[in-house]
Design a protein around this ligand. Structure first.
Ligand code: 6PG
Length: 254
């Protein structure tokens, strides 16, 4: 695994279109779940927000896919959340509830949403970190290690809610941070690169021609994670996978 340089293109899966890319991502999700449940009896996953994953979550909710996972053994977290009501249309939790959670049999206690309404953004971030540690790393010596983190890529190179030139990019003594992101004019709660990089599998799902420039810059451009926070995602001892469609990959061969 490359550390300190842009990832190579060997870990890029290209689907003909967004549908095929989501089917490939769904297969990675299922395979990771089967492996984790078989080896340690559960599957811990951190989901991404925004619009790209809607198609993936809707696919996973379809019986032909959902029936292949024992959802009672799955624990769902979010890599980031907007500080809005869980019923707000901008909420990543609401988006996931509508596309996936409301259509599968997952126990409520296995759905660990960011409880944005329970305090200041900093308090919410600290509480979410405690929840992550409680479920993934109960002993102080444990490493909080997700079996799978799903990530998106913003056109400005952000991932989760790690935005360009924000101080949160360099935080390495926390697992979850709160950030007032001027670019979007709201507070965001985000897992840190440290937590995301301890995952067994980090999978980016990137589709659409509007992502072609930034995907080329992240994968083949200068290594500049302050400008392109997605480049921070270099799993320490896990696998990094980019699942993209041809439209997003259009400039990778240049
Ligand atoms: C969020 C996401 C964010 C997202 C990118 C891409 O809360 O917005 O977690 O990191 O993955 O912004 O968003 P789209 O998929 O909508 O392009």
């Amino acid at each position: 695994m490359h550390c300190g340089s842009s990832p190579d293109l060997n870990n890029v899966l290209i689907g003909r279109d967004a549908e095929e890319a989501c089917r490939r991502a769904a297969q990675v999700f299922i395979d990771a779940a089967h492996e984790s449940i078989a080896s340690c009896g559960r599957f811990t996953v951190s989901l991404s927000g925004g619009s790209t994953p809607k198609r993936l979550y809707s696919l996973l909710a379809q019986p032909e896919w959902a029936s292949r996972i024992d959802w009672t053994k799955v624990h769902i977290f979010w890599g980031d959340e907007r500080v809005v009501s869980p019923d707000d249309e901008k909420s990543n939790y609401r988006m996931t509830r509508e596309t996936l959670l409301s259509r599968i049999n997952i126990p409520a206690e296995n759905v660990h949403r960011v409880m944005v309404e329970t305090g200041t953004p900093e308090e919410v971030a600290a509480a979410y970190e405690a929840k992550v540690r409680d479920v993934l790393a109960p002993k102080p010596t444990d490493v909080a290690r997700f079996d799978l983190v799903l990530l998106g890529l913003g056109t400005n190179g952000h991932t989760a809610s790690l935005f360009p030139y924000q101080p949160t990019l360099r935080v390495d003594d926390k697992l979850v941070v709160a950030d007032m992101v001027q670019e979007v004019g709201t507070y965001r709660i985000s897992m840190t690169a440290k937590l995301l990089n301890d995952a067994a599998v980090a999978m980016f799902l990137v589709t659409g021609d509007e992502k072609a420039d930034v995907l080329h810059e992240v994968l083949k451009g200068k290594h500049d994670p302050e400008k392109l926070p997605a480049q921070l995602i270099q799993p320490v001892c896990g696998m990094l996978l980019w699942v993209v469609d041809e439209a997003a990959a259009a400039k990778l061969h240049r």
